[in-house]
Design a protein around this ligand. Structure first.
Ligand SMILES: [Zn+2]
Length: 165
């Protein structure tokens, strides 16, 4: 899924789960794979993956217009998700905690990117698992359906955050 639903579900978990960071961290981390298992639309990150695998280095990705555009999409997605989460839990006493848990929920995507860049065996199994949880033909998910699933998840999670904050 794009990052927004992951961040929001992470925030919800941070809000409702007991404040024992490691347990909550595991829940938030696992929630990432749960959402990725739902058929969804994803913007094309293939180019960034290829550039990472060519070990172009961060600076070269900034020089590559197309790769930079993809990076911009990811950054916008991330910032928008965090802004919505911050706005939703701003008045919660556990605000900072909730936001850290929200970050834990997107960590698997960060680790996947790190794997593409480094190809470290340490992250290989996780990268494979990440790929494995995606529906088999996720790329063929019709656009409308692929967006609708993420919208529904995000709206349900926002409603729950509003109830529990
Ligand atoms: Zn993912």
């Amino acid at each position: 899924m794009i990052l927004i639903p992951h961040i929001l579900l992470g925030a919800l978990i941070g809000l409702i789960a007991p404040h024992q960071y490691w347990i909550v961290f595991i829940f938030a981390f696992a929630s990432h794979f749960l959402l990725d298992a739902i058929p969804h639309y994803e913007y094309k990150i293939q180019l960034l993956k290829e550039r990472s695998e060519e070990r172009m280095g961060v600076l070269n990705i900034f020089r590559d217009k197309q790769a930079f555009f993809v990076l911009g999409k990811i950054a916008t997605d991330f910032l928008l998700g965090m802004l919505i989460a911050i706005a939703l839990v701003w008045f919660s006493p556990a605000r900072q905690y909730v936001l850290v848990v929200a970050l834990s929920a997107v960590l698997p995507d960060g680790l996947l990117a790190l794997y593409w860049m480094t190809k470290t065996p340490l992250l290989e199994k996780l990268a494979r698992f990440h790929h494995f949880v995606h529906p088999k033909n996720n790329k063929n998910t019709p656009l409308l359906w692929g967006i609708t699933t993420q919208l529904i998840v995000s709206l349900i999670v926002i409603l729950l955050i509003l109830c529990y904050r």
